[in-house]
Every structure is written in structure tokens, then in C-alpha cells.
Design a protein around this ligand. Structure first.
Ligand code: AHG
Ligand code: MN
Ligand code: MN
Ligand code: MN
Length: 336
């Protein structure tokens, strides 16, 4: 494969997904059409984020969302863009967004067989200071097409057909899994296309980095406290791990996926279910981690086995390198 073959043999995300689709002869391209609309949303948000400072998109929209968070203008704008793109794809029937208290049920004439759960802008606290932020999404197929209800989207993460995120950082990178491994695509702004740059991502089995908001240490339970202590003062004489915490889940997870290590958002006395939301943060990132050879644990069990009861339900999460998460599982098992 010579370099110029790469230059002329552009593996765009659309072509990549079409290749995937050819493995499912029964599919009629619905998924490819859905994905192309998600990609459109990501391209829009990427350009809005890059112009945010200039386009006066920085700052608050003056509203608060169901999470009780002050909505940033970009939170609201990104949410509207994704809702419109997903509805207009004609392939969705239920949409769950972090920014909308209620699920969106698509009108029958525009209804398709997919339910999409998404966090239109993750890491909002980092928008105004230019630190990487992102979009996270997960896709379920509905079992039936009659009147869809919330039950059709309150499914365990292991039922997801696909999951991914787009990170708006020094470059715009979209990481996707459709259940056959994980692949990364980088936006080439001159083409307006996402090009395959990280084929078949596998997370290192063990890492040297832990990622957690140490500011919550006072409220951690003892297995979490013990694990973090071991990262700093290893009992086996190995060298201490490095701490890296960006505060945008997409950026912290992307680094963990590429470099290895573990990302934690544990429960604490103030928030017994942790902070991260099951449907559109915990599930998509856990799906990707398992597909990349890592794993994801809630403190009680496998994250993808959770069955959410509410669309904005939260869960503690420990995800990343397989061996590192095993260590955390051991500490929780010892406390049972
Ligand atoms: P969002 O901006 O979509 O509400 O998500 C923010 C989340 C997640 O991105 C990050 O891992 C976490 O908040 C950081 O929380 P702390 O500031 O409490 O560490
Ligand atoms: Mn938020
Ligand atoms: Mn988020
Ligand atoms: Mn968000």
C-alpha cells in the first residue's frame, strides 16, 4: 500500500460504513443514511465550535436544562442541530438528548427503526476556555414499529447496534463502533470528509494513567479510595501512575482508548449514582471500550448490563484497560 495509494484511495467514513453494510445483505442502507446525518451534525458542531469565540457563541444561553446545569449557547445550538438532522434522516423514531427533559417521538410520516441517545455537547464547562469538547451517541434498533414508547429506548447498553463520539479538539476526530471493533476518522476540512486515520483501535491491556476528579476524594467510597491510593503509592514497588484529567469525558476517554489506563467517575456521598448519564455517556463509551478490548464496570457489575429505568439516570463508571479495571473489580468484590 504505497503512500499515494492512501492519497487516492480515500477511505471516507461513508465508504467504510457501506463496506460494513455489505456484510449485511439484508440491510437497505438505513443505517448508512442515519450515520450520514449524525456525521452532518458533527461537521456542523465542529465548525460552530471552531468559530464559537468569533461568533459570540461563548457564554450562557440564559436557560438551565433538566440536569440543573446552565445551558451554554453551544449546548442549545448543538442539540437543535442534532435533533433536526436525526428527524430529517427519516430513520429514527425516538431521540433522547441530555439537553431535553423528555424524549422526542418522531412523527409517524418521518419515523424509522432506530432510537438514538446522545449528548450533543459533552464537556460544556470547557467550552469558554477552548479545551476539547465532544458529542457522544448510541444507536438502538427498535424491536417493533408500532407506537414506540420509552421502554423501547430503556434497553441495556449491550443491545446497542452502534456507538461513537466526535471530539472537537486540535483536530475533529470521530470514533465509531458498529459492533465489529473500533475505528477512528479525522475530518479533512479541505474535503469536508471524515477519513479513516485510526483503523481497528485496541486499548493497551494495562496502562500507566488514571483519570479522576481528585477534588471529590473526600466523598469517595473505600474501594475507590484504595484504588487511587494504589495508583499513587503502588504496594508492589512499581512506579506510580500519572494523573490526567481534562474534565470532558470525550477527551478523557479518547486519551484512555489510545494510551491505555483507566477513567473513573465514581459514586460519592453527594451523588450516590455518580454524575455520568447511563444512556448517552456511560453506555456509548462502555460499548467502545469493550469493542477495543477494554472493559467498563459500575462498581456493581458490567456497565452494558445495566437496564436504565429513566432516560437521564446516572451511574458510577470505571472504564479502560482490561487489567486495570479488573483490579478495581477486585477491590469492590473484597468489600461485598
Ligand atoms: P456535559 O458537559 O455533557 O454535561 O458532561 C460533563 C461531564 C463529562 O464531560 C465529564 O467527564 C464530567 O462532566 C466532569 O465532571 P466534574 O467537573 O465533576 O469532574
Ligand atoms: Mn451538561
Ligand atoms: Mn456529557
Ligand atoms: Mn452535554
Amino acid at each position: 500500500h504505497s503512500a499515494d495509494a492512501h492519497r487516492t484511495d480515500l477511505m471516507t467514513i461513508t465508504r467504510f460504513v457501506l463496506n460494513e453494510q455489505s456484510k449485511h445483505p439484508e440491510s437497505r442502507g438505513d443505517f448508512t443514511i442515519l450515520l450520514s446525518h449524525i456525521v452532518l451534525g458533527c461537521k456542523f458542531v465542529c465548525s460552530a465550535v471552531n468559530k464559537a469565540g468569533l461568533a459570540k457563541l461563548i457564554g450562557l444561553a440564559g436557560e438551565t436544562n433538566v440536569q440543573g446545569e446552565e445551558q451554554k449557547k453551544l449546548d442549545v445550538l448543538s442539540n437543535e442541530v442534532f435533533i433536526k438532522a436525526l428527524v430529517s434522516s427519516g430513520r429514527t423514531c425516538i431521540l433522547v438528548s441530555e439537553e431535553d427533559e423528555e424524549a422526542t417521538f418522531v412523527e409517524p410520516s418521518k419515523r424509522g427503526k432506530y432510537a438514538v441517545v446522545f449528548d450533543p455537547l459533552d464537556g460544556s464547562s470547557n467550552i469558554d476556555c477552548g479545551v476539547s469538547i465532544g458529542t457522544i451517541f448510541g444507536i438502538y434498533v427498535l424491536k417493533h414499529l408500532q407506537e414506540p414508547t420509552l421502554d423501547d429506548v430503556l434497553q441495556p447498553g449491550k443491545n446497542m447496534l452502534a456507538a461513537g463520539y466526535c471530539m472537537y479538539g486540535s483536530s475533529c476526530t470521530l470514533v465509531l463502533s458498529t459492533g465489529n471493533g473500533v475505528n477512528g476518522f479525522t475530518l479533512d476540512p479541505s474535503l469536508g470528509e471524515f477519513i479513516l486515520t485510526h483503523p481497528d483501535i485496541k486499548i493497551p491491556r494495562k496502562g500507566k494513567i488514571y483519570s479522576v476528579n481528585e477534588g471529590n476524594a473526600k466523598n469517595w467510597d473505600s474501594p475507590t479510595a484504595k484504588y487511587v491510593e494504589n495508583c499513587k503509592f503502588p504496594k508492589d514497588g512499581s512506579s506510580p501512575k500519572s494523573l490526567r484529567y481534562i474534565g470532558s469525558m470525550v477527551a478523557d476517554v479518547h486519551r484512555t482508548l489510545l494510551y491505555g489506563g483507566v477513567f473513573l467517575y465514581p459514586a460519592d456521598k453527594k451523588s450516590p449514582n455518580g454524575k455520568l448519564r447511563v444512556l448517552y455517556e456511560v453506555f456509548p463509551m462502555s460499548f467502545l471500550m469493550e469493542q477495543a478490548g477494554g472493559q467498563s464496570f459500575t462498581g456493581k457489575g458490567r456497565a452494558l448490563d445495566l437496564v436504565p429505568k429513566k432516560i437521564h439516570e446516572r451511574s458510577p463508571i470505571f472504564l479502560g484497560s482490561y487489567d486495570d479495571v479488573e483490579e478495581i473489580k477486585g477491590l469492590y468484590a473484597a468489600e461485598e
